[in-house]
Design a binder for this molecule. Structure first.
Ligand SMILES: Cc1ncc(COP(=O)(O)O)c(C=O)c1O
Length: 491
């Protein structure tokens, strides 16, 4: 039967049957969207027609569309097909230079990975309901920060303006250590702290120093994809471990042979929101000891607990020097601050500082010195209390105003911690419909399906859900967004 002509010109897409077809198609379409050959709002052909044209299965086309959808390149309108999304100027450069073919010898594995994966950065710009990963930074005391900053720069000590300690400013490290001792029960010394550019850099440093190329590294699935990317770039073979209502499934971890490194988010699993039970925490420490392994504990939003007993971090329970604890100021102050830290087992601290020196010598002194003053003068603790209470009120506004009985959507969970919640949806198609209808009325919702590792064995529909950040905007804007959602979802 002749294949009907397509509504848009997709000629020129050539797929190599020896390579992953879905990925090639995804890349070809993404490239056309980015360089403008496929304009915003262009309707894409139905998956059946495109499959016919390219001589591939419809399933393959659906997988490529799902990926583009999860990354925001395309959107669906209920019953009305699939369209190229409205991309911001920042996302769509006026002309994307074609990547010239290079000889394989010049391409490292890391470079190839970076070229073949779309590592979507977090959304930028002014916060909107329900952006994930951002705190109530409209409440940051900028005047105090400006005053402390002016005081530092008016007459900086010259001793602090030369090359500094690669582990970070000593005064700041002492204050971080005291904070971790008091608020998290961590036994620590400033010599174990390395100041980083946010927790992402801390994770990346762990990846650089702990991953042997080809080695297996376990991580939560679904999980924080940027950690997975950092580990993969360092050569890790990623092994996703399921998450249940007690957190990472330790029995599943035990089944992974020859694995000695684990990354996880125990205090508030990203993105499901589960807190890792004490029993599992102890099992993980035993696992590390038995396998001579190490654990990267990412406590990215540990300051935000609203009810229930906070559990001791793995690093506080660790007596063997097997846990590397990652913390950040970006979820209490604001993301663009780019200030975080690692609390390292004593035997590793020196090497991490040296590695950091090779990357960037050390973090910029101004931000470190001002943060040290901010903590020393008591502003930090006060601000944590304020942020926690604001996030709790914003959480309450979302829980109170969320429409009941959204078809295909589970009820909202109890939210005891963190800055976001996660709600399951009964199919990928429904997830897509709900998110794209929300996007049409300016409401940002993240797809749970985009947090899974690509080769997950979990059936596709079971990966679906909505991830909603509730702290980014004040209650009034949350109420408006909820009204808009009701209209968009017709409920
Ligand atoms: C689980 C998790 N870890 C780390 C980070 C990175 O945070 P930072 O801004 O401190 O690099 C994020 C950011 O959203 C996150 O969700």
């Amino acid at each position: 039967m002749p294949v009907p002509p397509l509504p848009v010109d997709l000629s020129g897409i050539r797929l190599d049957p020896q390579q992953g077809l879905a990925r090639q198609l995804y890349q070809a379409l993404r490239e056309r969207i980015l360089d403008g050959r496929l304009q915003s709002r262009t309707r894409l052909p139905a998956s059946r027609d495109l499959a016919g044209l390219l001589g591939i299965s419809r399933n393959t086309v659906t997988r490529a569309f799902d990926q583009l959808y999860a990354e925001g390149y395309i959107e669906g309108r209920i019953g009305a097909g699939t369209y190229v999304a409205e991309l911001s100027a920042a996302t769509r450069p006026s002309a994307v230079p074609a990547i010239q073919a290079q000889s394989p010898a010049t391409q490292s594995a890391a470079l190839q990975l970076l070229q073949s994966h779309h590592l979507s950065p977090p959304l930028s710009g002014a916060p909107r309901a329900f952006r994930v990963g951002v705190p109530a930074f409209d409440l940051f005391p900028f005047e105090i920060w400006a005053r402390l900053s002016a005081r530092f720069w008016r007459k900086p000590s010259l001793a602090r303006l030369g090359y500094g300690d690669p582990a970070g400013d000593l005064q700041l490290r002492e204050l971080i250590a005291a904070y971790l001792r008091n608020s998290r029960g961590l036994h620590c010394d400033p010599a174990q702290i390395v100041v980083t550019s946010g927790s992402q850099q801390a994770i990346s440093l762990c990846a650089q120093l702990l991953v042997t190329p080809g080695a297996r590294v376990a991580l939560e699935n679904p999980g924080y994809r940027a950690a997975g990317h950092a580990l993969a770039i360092a050569g890790a073979q990623l092994c996703g471990v399921a998450v249940d209502d007690q957190g990472l499934d330790t029995a599943a971890l035990e089944r992974i042979e020859d694995c000695r490194l684990l990354y996880l988010t125990p205090s508030h699993q990203y993105p499901t929101g589960v807190t890792l039970s004490l029993e599992r925490r102890l099992q993980l420490l035993e696992w590390a000891q038995r396998n001579d392994g190490l654990i990267i504990e990412d406590d990215y939003d540990g300051e935000y607990r609203y009810s229930g007993t906070p559990l001791a971090p793995l690093a506080a329970l660790d007596r063997q020097g097997r846990v590397l604890y990652v913390g950040t100021f970006c979820k209490i102050a604001f993301p663009a601050l780019r200030l975080g830290y690692l609390l390292l087992p004593p035997a590793l601290a020196e090497a991490f500082a040296r590695r950091r020196a090779l990357d960037m010598r050390h973090s910029e002194i101004g931000t470190q010195a001002v943060m040290a003053e901010f903590i020393a003068a008591g502003h930090f603790q006060r601000h944590i209390r304020r942020m926690r209470s604001a996030a709790r009120s914003r959480r309450d506004a979302l829980l109170a105003g969320w429409p009941q009985n959204v078809p295909g959507c589970a009820p909202l969970p109890v939210v005891e911690a963190g800055l976001h919640l996660c709600v399951r949806v009964d199919s990928l198609a429904r997830e897509r419909q709900l998110i794209s209808a929300a996007a049409q009325v300016g409401v940002e919702i993240s797809a749970l399906s985009s947090y899974w590792l690509p080769d997950s064995s979990t059936p596709e529909d079971q990966r679906a859900g909505l991830v909603l950040g509730f702290a980014a905007v004040p209650e009034g804007q949350i109420d408006e967004a909820l009204l808009a959602l009701r209209r968009a979802w017709r409920i």
